[in-house]
Ligand binder design. Sequence first.
Ligand code: ADP
Ligand code: MG
Length: 394
Amino acid sequence: MGGPFADIDDTLFANKDALSEEYQPDTILERNDEIDQFRNALTDVLFGRNPKNVFLYGKAGVGKTAVTKYMLDALQDEVATREEADELYVHNHNCNGDSAFAAVRALVNQLYPDDDREFPKRGLGLSDAFAELYQEMDRIGGTHLIVLDEIDHLDDANDVLYELPRARANGHLDEARVGVIGISNNYSFRQRLSAKVKDSLMEHEISFSTYDATELCTILEDRATLALIDDAYEPAVIAKCAAHAAKDSGSARQAIDLLRAGAEVAEEGGDGTVTEAHIERGRDRAQRGRLRDKIEEQTMHGQLVLEAIARLEADGETPVRSKRAMDVYQTVATEYGEEPLTTLKSIQNHLSDLSMLGFLVKTERNDGRAGGIYFEYELSLEPDIVFDVRADAA
Ligand SMILES: Nc1ncnc2c1ncn2[C@@H]1O[C@H](COP(=O)(O)OP(=O)(O)O)[C@@H](O)[C@H]1O
Ligand SMILES: [Mg+2]
């Protein structure tokens, strides 16, 4: 007798990693213009000149990180073959959730030759961290390109972006040259920067538009060939994932996620070919997962109000007014052994919040002189999803 895994001997995946978040593609497709602009911005490095600062922006999943990695790898290969070029050092940092100090400190730690050495977390300030960064860069010499990804998450980006690009002009660096590559998921981040910063960082801006269905097909086709075994999917599957992703977000990440989810559904069902139906089921499952998380994030009373509307919806009683919702909510709360909220206003507040979050649809009614203006509510998702989450929580 084998163990629980013994009978699994077949897989649709040839290289599942190629569908994972960390995978870096060897080839970048459908981004020739952006690659061209990037190339121009980085050319100075080949001749040992000061690098330009580059700013990339575009929505999530449109290839900013992948293209940057691809370009800097290629630049590093090229620099190695050129006499005129200085040594090139690329430092990557994701700014998600960072302060300026944490970001500069992380860069300093990357530059220290010895892995055990760390810049102190406490006691020193941003200017100390910068001084240390410059000292380390000068010690190493050469050209340093600093990639600050998701820089819109940095709460005090101005401080970093004002300092770094000017380090050499301001006499902080003698040996080393420095260039900053900033990447942002939203363009409005630009408006938060001071005019002085815009002047220097925005020397070279590259905008990444969302992908259309045709472009997503090209990217997916390539990825599917790598990731799945031969004949593992119906050709229509690619178009299906591309169409959904193009309509929702224009994100290659979403398109790739859809393909992976569909292939997982097929594999779990023991099916030898991924079909459009598998993609739909995978998508449905992912959507349910997201909804589930969102429901679980709500306060206890918020969830009880939501369950009340779900019960009314399942009984065909919706749309309902807040008074009726409150009656059912009180029953639900009592069933769970919770003390119900007692004012209609508090229930109306929960109903409004749930509508704003997209769980409910709120409709204004006007009964003229007789009833005046009031609101009615109905559920905008399947009641079963709410019941499932609530059953698990109980
Ligand atoms: N033009 C492209 N060619 C090949 N793969 C791409 C392309 N654009 C995006 N991808 C892939 O899509 C996913 C999301 O891209 P990523 O660079 O992380 O997006 P962003 O940084 O803009 O959020 C990654 O798996 C990436 O490899
Ligand atoms: Mg990215």
